[in-house]
Design a binder for this molecule. Structure first.
Ligand SMILES: NC(=O)c1ccc[n+]([C@@H]2O[C@H](COP(=O)([O-])OP(=O)(O)OC[C@H]3O[C@@H](n4cnc5c(N)ncnc54)[C@H](O)[C@@H]3O)[C@@H](O)[C@H]2O)c1
Length: 228
């Protein structure tokens, strides 16, 4: 049986594609306060602003390209069973060719209903723009398919179950400060080898079970490959 590698990726995975992280911009996302653009309250009080923010993120993501690190994960599928669990809402893993990608926080290229039962259906967005006047079949406005702060993470349990089966868990580019996603690492078995790749890895306070590689995603993956 092939060794099962599970990658848990965060915003740092896409940093080398030119997409900024939260942590590196002091808790802001492209100069916006999280409360103003990524919460249910923000949507309720100013849906146009929220829509505009995600439209501009979508435009940026569509113009970005998968980086060396995204491509390296795809390559590993030749010799390993590879699963990617990403906190990112970009689609760069998919565009690099990874075949097994679970999005914990949604995928910005899709929309969903802003009404009740919003977890039922996702609609691909044609182009970069979603308008507040765009409605889904149930008559509610379409909102980006992203999990906002304060919302449940429907894929959490599935991700937790997958991580239990990992032979090697590799966390890349996550500050491990956004919960519940950060808690996923505790589902790995004791025998599972654990790596953290992050230029600030030493500061992130992971347990001693983790082998920390203080490097960018692309450089850190090269070092990681030497451990396989
Ligand atoms: N690309 C995206 O989709 C995107 C971008 C920003 C934020 N987000 C959302 O914000 C949340 C932020 O939490 P998070 O923990 O993922 O990100 P975070 O911003 O809290 O932390 C990013 C981490 O990446 C590291 N990093 C910076 N440059 C790196 C590089 N070149 N290679 C590897 N690591 C690098 C930083 O040291 C930091 O530890 C996520 O849950 C996600 O939904 C997504």
């Amino acid at each position: 049986m092939m060794t099962k590698l599970i990658f848990l990726t965060g915003a740092g995975m896409s940093a080398e594609s030119g997409i900024s992280t939260f942590r590196d911009s002091g808790g802001l996302w492209e100069n916006n306060r999280i409360e103003d653009i990524a919460t249910p309250n923000a949507w309720a009080s100013n849906p146009e602003r929220v829509q505009e923010f995600y439209n501009s993120r979508r435009k940026q993501i569509m113009a970005a390209q998968p980086n060396e690190a995204h491509l390296a994960l795809k390559k590993l599928e030749k010799n390993f069973s590879v699963e990617v669990i990403t906190q990112n809402i970009d689609d760069l893993h998919e565009r690099a060719g990874s075949t097994n990608v679970l999005h914990l926080h949604g995928n910005i290229r899709f929309s969903k209903s802003s009404g009740p039962n919003q977890e039922c259906a996702y609609y691909p967005i044609d182009g970069w723009e979603l308008k507040t006047s765009d409605k889904c079949p149930d008559g509610y406005s379409l909102r980006p398919h992203v999990v906002w702060f304060g919302e449940a993470v429907p894929m959490y349990q599935i991700a937790a179950e997958r991580i239990k089966n990992a032979d090697i868990l590799i966390v890349i580019g996550s500050s491990l400060q956004v919960y519940p996603a950060a808690g996923l690492i505790h589902n790995a078995r004791k025998e599972c080898r654990k790596f953290l790749i992050d230029p600030n890895g030493d500061e992130l306070g992971v347990s001693k079970e983790f082998e920390v590689i203080n490097a960018s995603a692309s450089q850190g993956l090269k070092t990681f490959l030497n451990h396989l």
